[in-house]
Design a protein around this ligand. Structure first.
Ligand SMILES: Nc1ncnc2c1ncn2[C@@H]1O[C@H](COP(=O)(O)OP(=O)(O)OP(=O)(O)O)[C@@H](O)[C@H]1O
Length: 244
């Protein structure tokens, strides 16, 4: 549950003076960011500004060249590769533009696998996965292979997989980028609902409307720096409304 306004919110992410170099080029420089439990944050910015680099640091897929990335109190720079991989599986849920499901496993097993990889036994993993597919409205698609699912259904399976281990942080990289507008809308609703239930959410997107619909806070990344941030304007299917 999201703590009430009067309760202190736990910090889930703290980035301090982060730099990320690729050779001589700094993709990020001097980045500081704090995200608290239950927040919804959209990371926006022009192509090449450093959004994916930032997401890769948050997920522990990559390490900073300087500065610190602390997620759930854990300084990711201090973990070994093995520890980092385990941390990622346990604490981070990731949703990608192109779903990244395993084609030779049916929907349910794609979700179950995420639990098995952190040591859950087959029975509990299956029960948890079924519960999620049910909550996400695709229980009847459990035996279907990804190739026979619609784009929207695939993304729902991917969200179920990302939520399997009750992650502290759900990261989504252009989650509607490969979907038609109707499926995209249903995925946005899903992410909004998951966040409403207390899940901390960070979405990287080019799409201002998507940002406005599923995030309360918008962080603008320009030339490898955080250029500013603002409260999202609420946008509905009918247009632009006032700030939330
Ligand atoms: N592995 C890498 N090796 C070298 N340069 C890289 C690498 N990853 C990213 N870069 C560079 O760092 C900069 C930021 O890239 P990044 O992918 O983070 O941008 P982005 O904002 O996510 O862009 P887009 O919106 O197009 O996905 C770019 O100039 C990119 O070419």
């Amino acid at each position: 549950m999201i703590p009430k306004d009067s309760e202190p919110l736990q910090t889930v992410v703290r980035l301090s003076d982060v730099r990320k170099d690729f050779g001589d080029y700094s993709a990020l420089d001097g980045v500081g960011l704090e995200i608290r439990a239950g927040e919804s944050v959209a990371v926006m910015g022009p192509s090449g500004s450093g959004k994916s680099t930032l997401l890769n640091l948050l997920s522990g897929l990559d390490r900073p060249s300087a500065g610190s990335v602390v997620v759930c109190g854990q300084d990711l720079g201090k973990l070994t590769e093995k520890e980092l991989a385990l941390f990622r599986r346990r604490r981070i849920g990731m949703v990608f533009q192109f779903f990244n499901l395993l084609d030779d496993l049916p929907a349910l097993d794609n979700v179950v696998l995420a639990g098995r990889l952190v040591g859950l036994k087959a029975g509990p993993a299956r029960r948890r996965a079924m519960e999620l597919l049910d909550q996400l409205g695709i229980a009847d698609r459990q035996d279907v292979y990804p190739a026979s699912l619609s784009g929207g259904e695939r993304q729902r399976v991917a969200v179920a997989r990302a939520l399997m281990n009750r992650p502290a942080l759900l990261l989504a990289d252009e989650p509607t980028g490969a979907l038609d507008s109707r499926s995209g809308d249903s995925v946005v609703e899903l992410l909004t609902e998951v966040n409403r239930q207390g899940q901390t959410l960070v979405v990287v997107t080019h799409d201002r409307r998507l940002a406005a619909r599923c995030a309360r806070r918008v962080v603008d990344v320009v030339d490898g720096r955080i250029a500013g941030e603002h409260i999202a304007e609420q946008v509905t299917a009918h247009g632009r409304e006032q700030a939330r």
